[in-house]
Design a protein around this ligand. Sequence first.
Ligand code: R5P
Length: 273
Amino acid sequence: MSTQDELKKQTGYRAVDDYVRSGMVVGLGTGSTAYYAVERLGEKLKSGELTDIVAIPTSIRTKEQAESLGIPLVTLDTHSKLDVAIDGADNVDPGFNLVKGGGGALLREKMVELAADTFIVIVDESKLCDGLGPGFPIPVEITPFCHEHTIRVISDLPSCAGCKPVLRMGSSSNNKCDGDEIAVTDNGNYIVDLHFTGNIKNVPKMAADLKRVCGVVDHGIFSGMTSAVICAGNEGVTVTTPQKKDKIIFNVVVASAVATSIALIATAISRRR
Ligand SMILES: O=C[C@H](O)[C@H](O)[C@H](O)COP(=O)(O)O
């Protein structure tokens, strides 16, 4: 197993160990990192450490893996609310915005993960970035009908200015666009990968603009959804939550406000003397 796979395994196992309890409805992500969370869940069900679990897979690949491990599966049609969903990501920025869909599963992932009370993102440290855009192209799932027109409409959006749209070829589960055939998602759609050379200036605006294009089914920007990021690196595994980060920022702001006030009072006192 490569070092990167070892890190992926650490995050996948940690997510199941920390966040999955007996009796839960669990969303199963897609990709080489989520693979290990599914593996761990199967292992714990088999050993009896976890019982009474049902899971919702986010792709045909994950469904097949879960079935092979004997994990009981349901769908959003019968279970509209999940306790927890665990999935990888292609990029994570400091504001917990994600790029997903490198494996072509973004639509089912977003549907399932939006329905979860807690959404745990599992990544190795190579996925962390300063800003979305240059690190990984933004996948957009579009209908096959007149897809060239839809791609033109997307590239004409002011919020997508400067992006290079590339229709995904070959397998939907890589963003390399190799192969002679257009890649088709589990939902029968195409994917266009938007390549940016610099950081996207206004991620929420771009996400909203993309969503409004008729012909776009959904996009791979997942904002405001993350409950925690479990990240494995050479230094170990860290768990970061938006609340924890806000608290740190708040503490820094309060500390600097207190320091400024003390300095002002000290200056005022020394002037009086
Ligand atoms: O469509 C695929 C998903 O969004 C994956 O979660 C994402 O591409 C990360 O996959 P991996 O863990 O294989 O890097």
